[in-house]
Unconditional design. Structure first.
Lengths: 121, 628
């Protein structure tokens, strides 16, 4: 019974989430872009001319109906991967994306083995 | 003159350090039970001298003695008195001197407060600690001497970077350094414990208060840096996953893991080598943090403080430390039998360590990965907030559930779980989350899970607190920290989802409306201050929903020394939300670029962190009361 209630509530949450309209938030995109001429600032936070230009470019692309990932691809092609704060999943960044999960899984395995050893004893 | 005094004191300290190590080795051969009085005297003398040395540097800053390079580069005679003093540790040389002072004082305190422990253990710890002190003193004297002189003597100093002239940043380094350097004590103690095969339980007892001190101060230090970033850097965020921020977080993860597993070592005499590894790791990460910040190897907002040759020295120092630790660990490692029940407090603490190490590896990897790709493949990547958020946040959800259940389990073997209660609390959390969505606004699936799990931890902790009051026990330290952590995650989640950001251009007299807010640019004026000029805007914010009106005054400051322009945010903090405005000029135009932000629950994020560290201090006081 209780399990049913929980499942029902979670489903309800899902429904609400799905009902949300999927408009692109330009501010969110600005935050994920590095201002190339600044010291460790995102495009959203910078007052530089470069940041202003990028903002215009992104807004333009949204107007043209481009999706979020298309916009990132476009900018990466133009300025290199340095501009996006989320490194794309490719050969060079393979370790970056996989190692944390690998560490997580092996941590779990180590703890599991500790117990197994105990039962064998 | 002050330069000569300072240099002499530094040199005397090196001599004292060497003689102390010599006397300590001599004392090892003695038969007595007590450490000889001489050693106490030398330690006290050493601490006094280094404190005088630090005051000499402060004096040089206060009287603006520009014959000293450090003062010349980082101070200015017109600077306010308070920032002249805080300027002492606002620069590389001064902050390293602060490192050395805390190292020395802590070494003396360790000697004073470890009297119940084995003599050889204390002596070896002091020897290692003094080798560390010497390492830093040599670095100070030969590479980053705060007392170097400049000729001819300049008339005026270059001034401290204006963004560093700030109260939060004045206390940030000392707090953080107490955390960083506090970990040196358990580094030394761990090495000493390995050398003499000290008993695990006693080792845990001797360092647990040091772990609590460093952990609590580290937490506060990170908070001060974060508050500073919030109002000074002008982007309205409080955590950017900047390499330098990460550098302070890495030792924190290791300390938190240590804080927990140390309990197992003390209560059950398990995980001895794991605890030793964490002790060594914490201090190594602290030095790594200093290396990353000071060498300028990373592109960051903090690169006002770098020089490659310094990096090289710290790198050598670091490598020696790691090398020595690893060799010693391999020599002394003994296989031990872990008699663990999967359903016990020990297991939950292991789980805590498992997650902490995962966070640590993720953040460490993200911080240093760009260096490797650049060196190895000549390929520049940026690892920023989206990476950390997408890797860490899903795992945090699981972590919060474990964090709720763990403290309730018993040592050795847990009897039963109150499944009924768990389900009730889970339903309550889901309902509250549902109410938030229903009343205000919907958010993404992952945010749902984060808020549900945070609420779960909060309610669970509140229930623990209630039980505690019923039993009339007074040890609430753990509950305070866990509850506050739940609150922190909850408020960050709400803040993230309910923030409002608007970026637009306005001219004086114009007005912009959006949602139920209007922002009116009322006035603009130029004012002259002691060490800067400021263009101050006056903005009126109206909330049509509850007819609330607020006036904010963001500034553009023009500093003369050094000549810099800074954009000062104007913030109205409230219990429910902060209003945040920054303005910047647009070239060849009357328009100003305005960034308006509504940030809900900001103040509660700070308060949560204060309570997290408060838990540490409460436990510390309790321990202190028990021992004396």
């Amino acid at each position: 019974m209780k399990l049913k209630i929980i499942i029902y509530l979670i489903l309800l949450n899902f429904n609400i989430v799905n009902a949300e309209t999927n408009s692109i938030d330009s501010n969110n995109i600005f935050k994920n872009l590095r201002c190339l001429i600044c010291q460790g600032q995102s495009v959203a936070d910078s007052n530089s001319e470069f940041a202003q230009t990028i903002k215009l470019v992104v807004k333009d692309q949204i107007k043209n109906g481009k999706s979020e990932s298309e916009i990132y691809d476009f900018l990466v092609e133009k300025y290199g991967e340095w501009i996006v704060y989320k490194p794309p999943f490719n050969k060079v960044n393979l370790l970056l994306w996989l190692l944390p999960y690998l560490a997580f899984v092996s941590g779990g395995v180590i703890i599991f083995l500790l117990f197994k050893k105990r039962f064998n004893n | 003159m002050l330069s000569n005094i300072g240099n002499t004191l530094l040199f005397l300290n090196i001599l004292l350090g060497i003689s102390l190590i010599y006397f300590l080795f001599q004392d090892l051969g003695n038969k007595g039970k007590l450490i000889s009085k001489n050693i106490y005297h030398i330690c006290l003398f050493q601490s006094t001298l280094i404190i005088i040395c630090f005051f000499t540097l402060i004096a040089a800053f206060v009287v603006s003695d520009f014959s000293i390079i450090t003062v010349y580069q980082n101070s200015h005679s017109l600077k306010p008195f308070f920032y002249k003093i805080s300027g002492t540790w606002g620069n590389h040389e001064g902050s390293l001197l602060l490192w050395a002072i805390i190292l020395t004082i802590f070494s003396y305190f360790f000697l004073l407060y470890s009297k119940s422990h084995l003599r050889d253990y204390r002596i070896y710890s002091l020897i290692v600690q003094n080798i560390l002190i010497l390492g830093f003193l040599f670095f100070l004297l030969f590479n980053s001497n705060p007392f170097s002189v400049i000729l001819p003597v300049p008339q005026e100093g270059l001034g401290l970077n204006p963004i560093l002239q700030d109260p939060a940043l004045a206390i940030h380094p000392p707090l953080l350094y107490i955390g960083f350097v506090g970990s040196s004590i358990y580094f030394s103690a761990a090495i000493s414990s390995l050398l003499i095969n000290y008993d695990g339980r006693l080792f845990a007892k001797s360092i647990k208060n040091w772990v609590l001190i460093s952990w609590s101060f580290q937490t506060l230090g990170i908070l001060a840096g974060s508050i500073w970033a919030y109002y000074e850097l002008g982007w309205g965020g409080f955590w950017f996953w900047d390499p330098v921020e990460n550098a302070s977080l890495l030792p924190w993860f290791a300390m938190t893991a240590l804080l927990h597993s140390l309990m197992v070592l003390e209560k059950r005499n398990l995980f001895y080598f794991w605890v030793i590894i964490l002790c060594l790791l914490t201090f190594i990460l602290s030095v790594t943090g200093t290396f990353l910040v000071r060498s300028g190897i990373l592109n960051s907002v903090h690169t006002f403080a770098n020089d490659p040759s310094r990096g090289l020295y710290i790198l050598v120092f670091l490598s020696l430390m790691i090398f020595a630790s690893v060799i010693l660990l391999f020599n002394k490692f003994k296989k031990s039998n872990y008699n663990l029940n999967p359903n016990s407090k020990e297991t939950f603490i292991l789980v805590n360590n498992w997650f902490m190490i995962f966070y640590l590896i993720t953040v460490l990897l993200g911080t240093i990965y760009p260096i490797f790709t650049e060196v190895l493949t000549d390929y520049k990547v940026s690892v920023g907030p989206p990476f950390y958020n997408s890797v860490i946040i899903p795992i945090v959800i699981l972590f919060l559930f474990f964090m709720s259940l763990g403290p309730q389990t018993q040592w050795i073997k847990n009897n039963s779980y109150n499944l009924n209660l768990m389900i009730k609390i889970l339903i309550a959390s889901i309902l509250i989350n549902f109410a938030i969505i229903f009343l205000f606004k919907s958010y993404s699936l992952i945010s749902n899970f984060i808020i549900i799990s945070a609420l779960f931890l909060i309610i669970y902790s509140l229930r623990d607190l209630y039980n505690l009051f019923k039993k009339k026990k007074i040890d609430a330290s753990r509950i305070v920290s866990h509850f506050a952590f739940g609150a922190l995650v909850l408020f960050i989640g709400l803040n993230h989802n309910f923030s409002l950001e608007k970026d637009f251009n306005l001219k004086k007299g114009e007005k912009r409306e959006f949602e139920n807010y209007s922002v009116k640019f009322n006035n603009l004026q130029l004012e002259e201050f002691k060490n800067y000029k400021a263009v101050i805007g006056e903005f009126e914010i109206n909330n049509s929903q509850n007819n609330l009106s607020r006036t904010l005054y963001p500034e553009i400051r023009i500093y003369q020394s050094p000549s810099t322009i800074t954009y000062e945010a104007s913030i109205r903090s409230g219990l429910l939300k902060d209003y945040y405005i920054t303005m910047s000029n647009i070239d060849r135009s009357d328009y100003y670029n305005i960034k308006f932000q509504k940030k809900p629950f900001m103040i509660w994020i700070w308060i949560s962190v204060i309570f997290i560290s408060l838990g540490g201090f409460l436990r510390l006081f309790k321990n202190a009361k028990k021992n004396y």
